[in-house]
Ligand binder design. Sequence first.
Ligand code: MN
Ligand code: MN
Length: 469
Amino acid sequence: MEKNEAEKLKERLFKSKKNAWENISNEEKNNIYEFSKGYIDFISDNKTERECTKSFAKILKENGFKNIDEAENLKPGDKVYYINREKNIYAAIIGEDDPENGFNMIGAHMDSPRLDLKPNPLYEDTELAMFKTHYYGGIKKYQWVNIPLSMHGVIIKANNEKIEINIGEKEEDQIFTIADLLPHLASKQEKKTLENGIEGENLNILVGSIPFNGDIDEKVKLNILNILNQKYGITETDFVSAEIEFVPAMKAKDLGFDRSMVAGYGQDDRICAYTSLEALLDIHAPKRTAICILADKEEVGSMGNTGMESRSFEYFIDKILEKTTGNSVGLKDKVFSHSRLLSADVTGAYNPNFSDIYEKNNESYLNHGVSIIKYTGSASKGGASDANAEFVGYIRNLFESNNIAYQVSEMGKIGIGGGGTIAYILANRGIDVLDCGVPVLSMHSPYEISSKFDIYNAYKAYSTFYKGE
Ligand code: MN
Ligand code: MN
């Protein structure tokens, strides 16, 4: 049907808000479904920052990346990585341009909300053996009871031997769980707020119930320690030098009759980590050096020597400069001041179950592509890294001319809450930074939801960005 004048004018002047599945080609649809299979496997098999680091390092090596310490000099096209304490990775492909012209960088994080063990975790209460936990990252505590949990991590023994633990992921493995109160006796609990219905000190994981045979105290605890000792050679003291994380034991799955979405644990921010690394693998001889940052500790403020606040990232940049043009005083600042970075982190997608939380014109929606967030922060934009209009302009033009679906949003009504990413940390170093990630429903829950279109589109967006001249 012929469009009338008003329709034509509207099409020209209005910002289009389209569900990206409309008018999608069969070929593109196949690419989206294929790509999401790899992603589903990855997040099912890698549930901690250490596991992600190990798997990403393997992928990098298989794709011709070398440990930067093994390279004497670096020339355009060379591919290198640096692994920081088994928990975070930096990878780079050296560009043709002089480093002074700046790098194209994407930064995502691999840590996700979870339940960590306290340093003295094991105890027995009324003939049940339990682990005390201390939650990591912003969780709604009531979501973590009565779901299957698996145990991941490392224990360093008194002789410095490192034990790696992964129990609960294989079909035949046992799982663990936290026992909530039955509804029949919960009338007092149900009157509490959601925040207090399950307290931090209630997040105790049930790990055993058979007593050791003998006339002593704490027989169930002893039996559990005996099992752990026989299996791993550890004693109770060894938990002191351990990092044990309990995470949802469920595998990621296709969601919906149309299989258009992915449900799975740890999508914040492995969705951006996976897509930004996969995008890097496609780049061969970039004009500007392309860098992928896979950070740790974002969920607890990016502190520590594996978080984005750590100087280890600058150490990696120094190494690159040293091995390309040679390093000099002030060079790194010059590189940073000419560099661009996408802070690749998820944002909350609009959830129709809670419509009063949102300001509909400025939210992210599933199936509308990567979300560009000019600034994060809360009520007063406090603490936000506010991207410059010029840089936002560069990115939207890049996306528009390369057919990348994007949307621009905030997160929730003013004053409702807020969040942050690693954006400000890198912006503080003089880099042009913009938040650009995938919208996720039920973020920080044990089973987060994303759109397969958005996942594949993020991969395309990041690939386009790395290639930007
Ligand atoms: Mn995140
Ligand atoms: Mn998060």
